[in-house]
Design a protein around this ligand. Structure first.
Ligand SMILES: Cc1ncc(COP(=O)(O)O)c(C=O)c1O
Length: 385
């Protein structure tokens, strides 16, 4: 079962144990093929033309929006493709900045990746609005919901919250955050970049206005996707060229779409639909449980973030007494075990934990092609440090 799945990821067919998935996964075979097939199909054209290849290009975009919408349980008319989450979030917040004014507030969190912090901070600086961040518990990595409730005041216009921390795996209760925001008439942006690869996600059920995800974190190509509530999408004062569509996703997608990556995104989304995200979550949890338990039991190791399997992704952050995170990553790399060291751009998180000066943490993430054997290798290597 594990071997059959692992074979679907050509980039994992070597001796490396890849715990670097939260920074980007190996592509699934179907997505690699889809990019290649599109490129050799003769359909490479542009949108809205009179000839067959142009129609096929329109059809690709429509099909890909549909499959991604199915994966995320959202309206395909709000599915927008782009370069990556960071670029798309900056474009969105530049438009939102034009709707903000002095006295308005944007609420974020210290759990977030900086791609869901700096774009909002800059939008607030440019518009004169206020940007505030809710803390989390340094003990168990949980978002402080009381602080969140206090910070979401009647002048709050947007709440930007992570669906899951890319560093410590915490999954905040985003439905409660949405309810708090709705209570004061604020909109909600969910950074689901680290959530979508690991859990079933329903935009409809979450009830947010915008949800961001990056297909390269879920076995697809380097690309970004925003799901924007269609009325909001059509109303936002986005920067666009005059001939671009005035309504629908194309008003946000500046320039010619990255068609081969969109073909691959569609294939990666189909793969996850076929695999079923509930089964993916269960597989990853089973592989991850001994990793978390093993690290928690080592006297020289400190695990940062949730100490249990509840409301978390299979991503763990840890430090080792007497060794910098960089050094740990180097020693593990020499044993062909890939982990990341540092902040992984979750700069507020690392500084809230007091780890900014000491080099952050070591991060190990389980994804679909990580096996129980890989976990045992990692545990043995950490125990031997
Ligand atoms: C939680 C989270 N948000 C945002 C980003 C930025 O995504 P992108 O590389 O698509 O800009 C990342 C990337 O690591 C991430 O993990």
């Amino acid at each position: 079962m594990t071997d059959a799945i692992r074979r679907r990821f050509p980039g994992s067919q070597n001796e490396w144990a890849r715990f670097d998935g939260p920074a980007g996964t190996q592509m699934v075979d179907a997505a690699i093929r889809a990019a290649s097939d599109w490129s050799s199909s003769g359909n490479n054209a542009n949108t809205h033309g009179a000839f067959a290849a142009a129609h096929a290009t329109d059809a690709l975009l429509e099909r890909a929006r549909g499959v991604v919408a199915q994966l995320l349980d959202t309206d395909p008319n709000g599915v927008v493709f782009g370069a990556n989450m960071t670029t798309m979030t900056f474009a969105l917040t530049r438009a939102i900045a034009r709707t903000l004014k002095p006295g308005d507030r944007v609420v974020g969190t210290r759990l977030d990746h900086d791609a869901n912090v700096s774009p909002w901070r800059i939008a607030c600086e440019e518009s004169g609005a206020e940007h505030v961040l809710a803390p989390f518990s340094p003990i168990d990595g949980r978002l402080d919901m009381d602080a969140m409730a206090k910070l979401i005041t009647p002048n709050t216009k947007w709440v930007a919250v992570t669906g899951a921390s890319n560093l410590i795996g915490t999954m905040p209760d985003i439905k409660t955050v949405v309810a708090l925001a709705r209570h004061v008439g604020a909109r909600v942006f969910v950074d689901a970049v680290h959530l979508v690869p690991h859990m079933p996600v329903s935009v409809r059920d979450i009830g947010c206005d915008v949800l961001a995800t990056s297909p390269y974190k879920w076995y697809g190509p380097h690309a970004g996707v925003l799901c924007i509530e269609p009325n909001l999408l059509n109303a936002l004062p986005v920067a666009k060229v005059r001939p671009a569509d005035d309504v629908g996703p194309r008003r946000f997608e500046t320039g010619t779409p990255n068609l081969e990556n969109i073909a691959a995104t569609e294939a990666a989304a189909r793969h996850l639909l076929e695999e079923n995200m509930a089964s993916v979550a269960k597989y990853e949890r089973d592989v991850f449980a001994p990793l978390l338990q093993g690290l928690l039991s080592m006297p020289r190791v400190k695990v940062w973030g949730p100490p249990s399997l509840e409301a978390r992704t299979p991503t763990v952050a840890f430090t080792v007494n007497g060794l910098t995170p960089d050094r740990v990553a180097e020693i593990l790399a020499a044993k062909k075990i890939a982990v990341w060291a540092g902040s992984s751009y979750a700069v507020e998180l690392v500084s809230h934990l007091g780890l900014a000066e000491s080099g952050g943490v070591v991060r190990a993430g389980v994804v679909r092609y990580v096996t129980p054997d890989d976990v045992q290798r990692l545990l043995a290597a950490v125990a031997a440090l």
